[in-house]
Design a protein around this ligand. Structure first.
Ligand SMILES: *Cc1c(COP(=O)(O)O)cnc(C)c1O
Length: 369
C-alpha cells in the first residue's frame, strides 16, 4: 500500500526538540499536572504572538468557551459568529446557554463581512460578544471589523485556531481582539497532539480562566468551590511537544507558503479555478491551500480522483446556518458563504509533502480538465 498524502498531519521537528522537552517532563516526573513546560509554553507562545498573557488549555474549543465566560456571556446573550467556520467556533456559545447569530462571509477575505456585521448590529444592538475567525490562515478584514465592534463597544474574541503564524498588517492574528484563541489539534499548523491557548492582555482575566480550567478550586486546604469549574488545563507532556513545535512554526509557514505557490503556479490557468483571496495587508500561514471551482469540474470530482490515489482533500467548511443543529438561529447576509461551500476545495497541504508528492496531486487534478 502506498503512503497516504494527508490534508495536514502532525509534523515533528527533525531535530527532536519536542522529545527533549517531553523527556524533561519524564525525568522530573512532571507528567501531570502542569509543571515547567506548561508555564514556559504559555510564556513562549505569548511572546511569539505578541500578547501579554496566555493560558494553556486542553483544546481550542475550551479556550473559546473560557473566553466567552471571561466576557460574562451567559443565559440568552447574543453572540455574533461567522457562519463559515468549523462547528468548534459556535458550540461554546451554546455551552453558555447563549444565542448565536451567524454572519455571512465577504468574497474578498472569505471571512466575516463587515457589511453583514454592521447589519447584524442594527438588528441585534444588545449583542454581548463577537467571535471572528481567520479561516485557513487568511486574515479577516480586521480594521473594518474592529472599528465597528469598538463603535458598538462590544468585546471581541478572535478564533485564530487556523491562523497561528498569520499576520495582518504586520501584527499576529489573535492579538487584535480582547481575547485570542489558538488550537494545537493534530491537523493544525503545529500540534501538541491536542490542546489550545487563550491569550489576552488582561492578566486578571487569564488568571481567572486558569482558575476555571482547574475545577475552580478556591484558596483553601480542603476542596472549596464557590464557582462552577472545568477540567480544561493542558498537561505538562503536551506542553513539552508544543514548546518544540513552536521552534519550527516559522519553518512550517514557509513550507505551507511553498506548497500554495506550487499549486498556484501549476494550476492557475485551468478553466474556472480561483485561488484563495490575496490582500496587500495579509501574510497568511497558508494552513490549507484552498481554491474555488466555478467551471465544469466540481470539487467532488477532484476529491474523488485524489481519494482513488490515497490522497486526502476536503470541501470548505459547511456554513453553520445550514447545519441541522443550528438551523433555527438567525443568519445575517446573503449567499457568499454558501457559494464558497458549494464551490470550495481544500487541497492537500501537509508540510511533509515532497515536490514529487505535490506534483502528483497537480497531475491528477490537471487530468480532470
Ligand atoms: C480546530 C478549530 C477549532 C477548535 O480547536 P480544537 O483544539 O480542535 O478544539 C476552533 N475553531 C476553528 C476555526 C478550528 O479550525
Amino acid at each position: 500500500m502506498q503512503d497516504k498524502i494527508f490534508l495536514s498531519s502532525p509534523h515533528m521537528s527533525d531535530e527532536g526538540f519536542e522529545m527533549e522537552y517531553v523527556k524533561q517532563a519524564f525525568n522530573t516526573n512532571w507528567i501531570a499536572p502542569l509543571g515547567e513546560n506548561v508555564n514556559k509554553f504559555e510564556e513562549e507562545l505569548a511572546d511569539k504572538v505578541g500578547s501579554k498573557h496566555a493560558a494553556a488549555l486542553s483544546s481550542g474549543t475550551a479556550a473559546i468557551h473560557l473566553a466567552l465566560k471571561a466576557i460574562g456571556v451567559g443565559d440568552g446573550d447574543i453572540v455574533f459568529c461567522p457562519t463559515l467556520t468549523f462547528s468548534a467556533t459556535a458550540n461554546p456559545i451554546i455551552y453558555q446557554n447563549a444565542v448565536p447569530v451567524f454572519i455571512d462571509s465577504e468574497v474578498s477575505t472569505w471571512n466575516m463581512s463587515p457589511k453583514a456585521l454592521e447589519e447584524a448590529f442594527k438588528k441585534h444592538p444588545n449583542v454581548k460578544a463577537v467571535i471572528i475567525v481567520h479561516l485557513y490562515g487568511l486574515s479577516a478584514n480586521m480594521d473594518e471589523i474592529m472599528k465597528i465592534c469598538r463603535l458598538y463597544n462590544v468585546k471581541v474574541i478572535e478564533d485564530a485556531a487556523e491562523s497561528l503564524g498569520s499576520y495582518y498588517k504586520g501584527k499576529q492574528t489573535g492579538t487584535f481582539g480582547d481575547y485570542g484563541v489558538y488550537s494545537f489539534n493534530g491537523n493544525k499548523i503545529i500540534t501538541t497532539s491536542g490542546g489550545g491557548m487563550l491569550v489576552s492582555n488582561d492578566g486578571e482575566r487569564i488568571e481567572k480562566a486558569r482558575f476555571w480550567a482547574t475545577q475552580s478550586r478556591d484558596q483553601a486546604r480542603h476542596y472549596e468551590h464557590s464557582e462552577l469549574g472545568y477540567n480544561y488545563r493542558m498537561s505538562n507532556v503536551s506542553a513539552g511537544i508544543g514548546r518544540g513545535q513552536l521552534i519550527v512554526l516559522d519553518q512550517r509557514v514557509i513550507k505551507k507558503n511553498y506548497i500554495y505557490n506550487y499549486y498556484k503556479q501549476k494550476l492557475r490557468d485551468l478553466d474556472g479555478i480561483a485561488f484563495m483571496p490575496e490582500n496587500s495587508w495579509d501574510e497568511p500561514n497558508y494552513w490549507l491551500s484552498s481554491v474555488t471551482l466555478y467551471g465544469q469540474v466540481r470539487p467532488i470530482d477532484v476529491i474523488e480522483a485524489l481519494e482513488k490515489e490515497n490522497i486526502e482533500a476536503r470541501p470548505i467548511w459547511k456554513p453553520m446556518h445550514l447545519q441541522p443543529y443550528f438551523k433555527n438561529y438567525d443568519f445575517v447576509g446573503s449567499n457568499v458563504a454558501e457559494g464558497l461551500f458549494e464551490n470550495g476545495l481544500c487541497l492537500p497541504s501537509d508540510t511533509k509533502m515532497t515536490d514529487s508528492d505535490i506534483n502528483k496531486v497537480v497531475e491528477i487534478i490537471k487530468g480532470l480538465w
